[in-house]
Design a protein around this ligand. Structure first.
Ligand code: ATP
Ligand code: MG
Ligand code: FE
Length: 339
């Protein structure tokens, strides 16, 4: 079963062909990072225009790299939310056109679940029940899943998402956009124990997170040291920040796994590309004898292979969308999926 996946929810224009939800035949991502870097973040209007320019060539490249044509497709899957409305619409309209012209099913995929399905793409033998943590630019979602059609949001951020915190802390440190990779690089030369940053909500009996206070702590540290005329060791600050975010995420995810008595934890989303975070999750999983799945970094950040993989499981249960389906900027995780 060959599914074409299309992803345009934020600033990557992506198309991929995946066989049976597990074999990537092509995975094309045209990133707009260089365009948005000038603005220090994603500019929505610029993003949708870029998607319009990039999408057709990206789809054509995906098909030719996979060595297939439209007529070989069993279905076409697309992210219909959450994300930037103007960006989502570009991918959705293209997908509708393909579904209509080829007379194949249209599958509408929730972007955060697509991130989760990058884990099934990586480890197709993954079994339920499980806890999934999606840490990305806009979300810090902790999810309990009982089956492919029962996903329940059990925790989320009360302010900034984990990736957003990386981006804002990096900006305060003058590291540029996107912040995650910049902080990770710098942190390699730093000592996480050189200074202590707060671990927001660590002790609270909640699966929610909060990272805006941590970002403020970074800003305050910079001000304080500069006022004293001290040179700031940015590598140490980056390492301390990364360690604080990671400790909160590790604690919440493994607490949920224990509470819900699951043996499997999935971690996905752009922040899951972070090597320090991956290592901490691996250590903790092996200590607790839990199965951990984290996709390779290229499948953690936005891509369309994860959309095609999620689409495959929709396909198996005949979960198709009408051609009238709309893009929803703040599509909730629960609306279509909770049981
Ligand atoms: P959402 O999925 O919530 O809609 P998004 O699609 O923009 O948001 P992703 O593409 O999944 O988010 O991830 C982008 C985020 O991941 C950015 O905030 C970026 O800083 C962060 N990120 C990317 N690589 C790393 C890394 N190595 N370490 C930490 N954070 C990272
Ligand atoms: Mg992005
Ligand atoms: Fe994403």
């Amino acid at each position: 079963i060959l599914i074409l996946g299309i992803e345009t929810s934020c600033d990557e224009t992506a198309a991929a062909v995946v066989a049976d939800g597990r074999e990537i035949l092509a995975n094309i991502v045209a990133s707009q990072v260089e365009v948005h870097r000038h603005f220090g973040g994603v500019v929505p209007e610029v993003a949708s225009r870029r998607h319009i320019e990039a999408l057709n060539p990206v789809i054509a490249t995906a098909l030719s790299e996979a060595g297939i044509s439209f007529s070989d497709l069993a279905a076409v899957a697309v992210t219909h939310g959450p994300g930037l409305l103007g960006s989502l619409l570009v991918g959705l309209m293209a997908t509708k056109s393909i579904a209509f012209a080829c007379n194949i099913p249209l599958i509408a995929v929730h972007h955060i679940l697509a991130h989760v399905y990058a884990c099934f793409l990586t480890a197709p033998d993954t079994t339920f029940p499980l806890i999934a943590l999606v840490v990305s630019g806009g979300h810090t979602d902790l999810i309990y899943a009982a089956s492919h059609s029962e996903f329940r949001l059990i925790g989320q951020t009360r302010d900034d998402a984990a990736g957003e915190a990386f981006d804002k802390a990096a900006r305060a440190m003058g590291l540029g956009y996107p912040g995650g990779p910049a902080i990770e690089r710098l942190a390699r030369e730093g000592a996480p124990a050189a200074l202590y940053l707060p671990r927001p909500m660590l002790e609270e009996q909640s699966y929610d997170t909060s990272f805006s206070g941590l970002k403020t702590a970074v800003v305050n540290h910079l001000h304080r040291e500069r006022q004293k005329g001290n040179p700031v060791n940015l590598a140490d600050l980056a390492a301390a920040f990364q360690a604080a975010v990671t400790e909160v995420l590790v604690t919440k995810a493994f607490a949920a796994a224990a509470d819900f008595k699951v043996k499997t934890i999935l971690v996905a989303g752009g922040v899951a590309a972070n090597d320090y975070l991956r290592e901490r999750f691996r250590e903790e999983a092996s200590r607790r004898h839990l199965r951990l799945v984290i996709p390779p970094p290229a499948l953690c950040t936005d891509n369309a292979a994860m959309v095609a993989a999620a689409g495959y499981y929709h396909f198996l249960r005949g979960d198709f969308a009408p051609l009238t389906v709309n893009a929803v900027a703040n599509l909730p995780l629960t609306a279509d999926f909770a049981v």
